[in-house]
Design a protein around this ligand. Structure first.
Ligand SMILES: Nc1nc2c(c(=O)[nH]1)N[C@H]1C(S)=C(S)[C@@H](COP(=O)(O)OP(=O)(O)OC[C@H]3O[C@@H](n4cnc5c(=O)[nH]c(N)nc54)[C@H](O)[C@@H]3O)O[C@H]1N2
Ligand SMILES: Nc1nc2c(c(=O)[nH]1)N[C@H]1C(S)=C(S)[C@@H](COP(=O)(O)OP(=O)(O)OC[C@H]3O[C@@H](n4cnc5c(=O)[nH]c(N)nc54)[C@H](O)[C@@H]3O)O[C@H]1N2
Ligand SMILES: [Mo]
Length: 677
């Protein structure tokens, strides 16, 4: 969510600029390309429907009116509901977070518990680890005034979150020290790191356990905090004994001396804060436990909810753009009654216990078992999943599939029945933004053609399905006001304070666990079953998983596939499968590339710009080599989201048993010139 200020002439964007006082500032290059996105000649402008069967090579897309589109959608949904039950319809939202609240409401109102999002591969496994361990969500904080050390773990905000990088750079200037844990040399590590741990991908759990080992061994953890607030301290200590820095050096490739140094820096520089990635540490088959190992290390510092440490969010999730007001989104009156029809219950019961959205990575299996008959997708992208073809086949075999998007994306839309044209972020009113204690509204442009806001589409389908009152007769402003009213505001108030937003007063209270502010029963402690931070998870134990943050060795390279593959390291000018259609951005990276170290390239006779084939036991793709000393020797990194070279063909569909997450950072591969095949 960024502060974009734009100058408009005749509904045409003449200029885009940074909104200087907006909390997320400055803008990245993609924001400046919003004009090219809005006026792009290939934007989808009208609803279209397929006129040929899904078996036919040509879908025979025909333009239809919104009325016709809605009539087809509503009659199909009713037919499928009557025949198979409402739970056979999946309502899905991809990376766009903005449609989520409205689509979630539509899903539950329709009577299906099967609302899912792209968070089945992003963030939610980390959140699950946090809920299991701490009872609250956090990815840590950027440094605050009191912070002395910040540990950036598996993240390169310089490219993935420039507004955050700016805050980090300011902290650096104030004298905050930084540890960066990343196999690659990045602008983040170069500009910030006092100590850079170049960890072997997918081995973060072992690294955290080695630091825990040192903290216990030398008694340099916060003993008072730990004894009072950590559940399973003794068990963790015993478990970590097997993870001496010398032993872990062999697993993580981080020299024992550097591990010791990092552990001491952390122990001696309280208050410490951590900046964790929403995806890096959880993109492997032991992701939840690896992330829990990191959370356990943080707990031992005692820097939880102290000034300059990890702050427990004080605001209720009322106005978050993601899921938002529980009453609005969750239909607390409906969901509990239909919960037992969730698709993921038997496969990922711990996930299902904590998270309202369904774990959707097994969509092909759900479809094959006959449980899913239709899907409505706002911003779906089949390339986000490993073994993409299985998802394409699954969607193709459904009785009915609808997608809402800005562009026609063949890798997803070739398999659906109807595609609806969406308004872009500059062209929609909903939802409002909530950032750092302020709520912001927006002023919008008229969308081109017949594009519609995602919220409007969800509301209109709701009304036509017969839920007029639940969807405010299709008036999204009234829906937004319903949420805003709970904090005493309305859209008018936001309109009046467009520039500065409206402040939601809140009191900064620290150590909330000491005064009973975290638990539903009002008692002191953390919102976990034991009331403490559960490094030993009673819930995982009850579900038959290892209660400790146990480490499992990542997939090992073989003779045939001797390199380690990590995927999806963000670049500034693309987001996943998006933005490649914008020439101004495409020129920065015109082709898919494999980043490879000079040593590994030389061993294979590969130079930058050579065509190479990257292969794994699961598939192979053709890309160009980019020989760069940013890469750790033995590790290759390939960006996802390229239709012509989809790296997810190289990743197996093997899940973390707790979260159902895929091993995007736990690959193995070989890189060769085509002539060598
Ligand atoms: N190998 C590998 N795979 C990965 C990852 C990785 O690191 N490695 N990362 C994973 C992660 S963390 C994520 S978040 C996923 C992302 O996966 P997706 O969310 O599937 O990725 P996007 O390419 O952003 O696709 C979104 C689609 O939504 C459309 N869209 C964008 N904005 C809007 C909107 O506002 N409204 C509507 N209706 N449509 C919109 C876009 O045009 C695009 O077609 O990828 C995952 N896949
Ligand atoms: N420009 C741009 N920005 C984005 C996105 C985008 O697509 N483009 N996507 C957005 C989304 S959906 C997300 S989830 C976030 C992701 O944001 P982050 O998770 O912060 O992702 P990156 O900034 O790519 O940082 C990942 C870093 O982890 C390192 N790494 C790779 N494997 C491992 C490993 O096993 N262990 C450790 N410790 N490090 C490893 C990589 O070298 C890389 O530098 O970014 C968001 N911001
Ligand atoms: Mo993500």
């Amino acid at each position: 969510m960024c502060g974009v200020r734009f100058l408009v002439q005749d509904n045409f964007i003449a200029k885009i600029e940074n909104w200087p006082n907006f909390p997320n500032s400055p803008l990245c290059v993609k924001a400046y390309a919003l004009r090219d996105l809005r006026h792009h000649p290939e934007r989808l402008l009208y609803p279209i429907k397929r006129t040929q069967s899904k078996e036919s090579r040509n879908p025979g897309w025909a333009r239809i009116s919104w009325d016709e589109a809605y009539e087809i959608i509503v009659s199909k949904l009713k037919e499928i509901r009557d025949k198979y039950g409402p739970e056979s319809v999946v309502f899905y939202v991809g990376n766009p977070k903005e449609p989520r609240a409205a689509v979630q409401r539509l899903c539950y109102t329709f009577g299906s518990p099967n609302y899912a999002t792209e968070s089945s591969v992003c963030r939610k496994a980390a959140e699950l680890a946090e809920l299991l361990t701490y009872g609250f969500q956090t990815l840590g904080n950027p440094p605050r005034a009191q912070t002395r050390l910040c540990v950036i773990w598996g993240s390169n905000p310089a490219w993935s979150a420039p507004y955050m990088m700016v805050r980090m750079l300011k902290a650096k200037k104030r004298g905050v020290k930084f540890i960066v844990i990343d196999p690659r040399i990045t602008p983040t590590s170069e500009k910030l790191a006092n100590l850079h741990l170049r960890v072997r991908p997918a081995s973060d759990g072992a690294l955290a356990l080695a630091m825990i080992n040192v903290l216990f061994r030398d008694e340099i953890y916060d003993v008072n905090f730990a004894e009072k607030w950590i559940f399973g301290l003794k068990e963790l200590k015993e478990y970590a004994e097997a993870f001496s820095p010398e032993k872990v050096e062999k697993i993580t490739w981080v020299p024992a001396k550097i591990i010791e140094e990092a552990a001491y820096l952390i122990a001696e520089n309280a208050p410490v804060t951590f900046w964790l990635s929403p995806q890096t540490t959880i993109h492997c088959r032991n992701g939840v436990q690896n992330h829990r190992a990191i959370l356990s290390l943080i707990a031992l510092t005692g820097c939880i909810d102290v000034p300059g440490g990890i702050i427990i969010p004080a605001h209720p999730p009322l106005y978050s753009w993601d899921s938002g007001d529980p009453e609005f989104c969750r239909r607390t009156d409906i969901l509990p009654k239909i919960r037992d029809k969730r698709l993921d219950l038997q496969f990922f019961p711990v996930w299902a216990r904590y998270l309202s959205e369904v774990q959707i990575n097994m969509l092909p299996e759900y479809v094959r078992s006959g449980k899913v008959k239709a899907i409505l997708m706002w911003g779906g992208n089949t390339m986000m999943w490993p073994q993409t073809r299985e998802y394409q086949e699954a969607i193709k075999s459904l009785e009915f599939a609808v997608a809402v998007d800005y562009f026609y994306r063949p890798w997803t839309h070739d398999f659906v029945d109807i595609v609806l044209p969406a308004a872009t972020c500059l062209e929609r009113r909903a939802p409002f933004a909530f950032l750092r204690g302020r709520v912001y509204g927006r002023r919008v442009l008229k969308p081109p053609g017949e594009c519609q806001e995602d919220w409007q589409i969800a509301f209109d389908i709701g009304v036509r399905l017969g839920y007029a009152s639940e969807f405010w007769n299709g008036n999204i402003d009234e829906g937004l006001n319903f949420i805003l009213k709970k904090i005493g505001l309305s859209l008018n108030d936001l309109e009046k304070s467009l520039e500065s937003g409206v402040e939601i007063p809140s009191q900064e209270v620290y150590r909330k666990y000491e005064i009973g502010m975290l638990r539903a029963d009002g008692k002191p402690g953390f919102p976990t079953p034991s009331g403490k931070i559960e490094v030993y998870s009673t819930v995982l134990r009850d579900y038959g998983f290892d209660p400790l943050p146990a480490f499992r060795m990542p997939l090992q390279p073989t003779k045939e596939y001797p390199l380690i593959l990590t995927t999806g390291c963000r670049v500034p000018f693309y987001a996943h499968s998006r933005w490649r259609e914008i020439p101004n951005l495409r020129r920065f990276m015109p082709h898919p590339v494999a980043n490879i170290s000079p040593r590994d390239a030389a061993e294979r006779g590969i130079k930058s710009g050579d065509n190479v084939i990257v292969s794994s036991p699961w598939g192979s793709i053709k890309v160009k080599a980019n020989v760069t000393s940013m890469m750790l020797e033995g590790v290759v990194d390939v960006l996802h989201g390229w239709a012509e070279a989809n790296v997810n063909e190289l990743i197996p569909r093997e899940w973390d048993p707790i979260s159902g997450f895929p091993p995007f950072k736990e690959g193995i591969c070989e890189v060769k010139k085509p002539s060598e095949y």
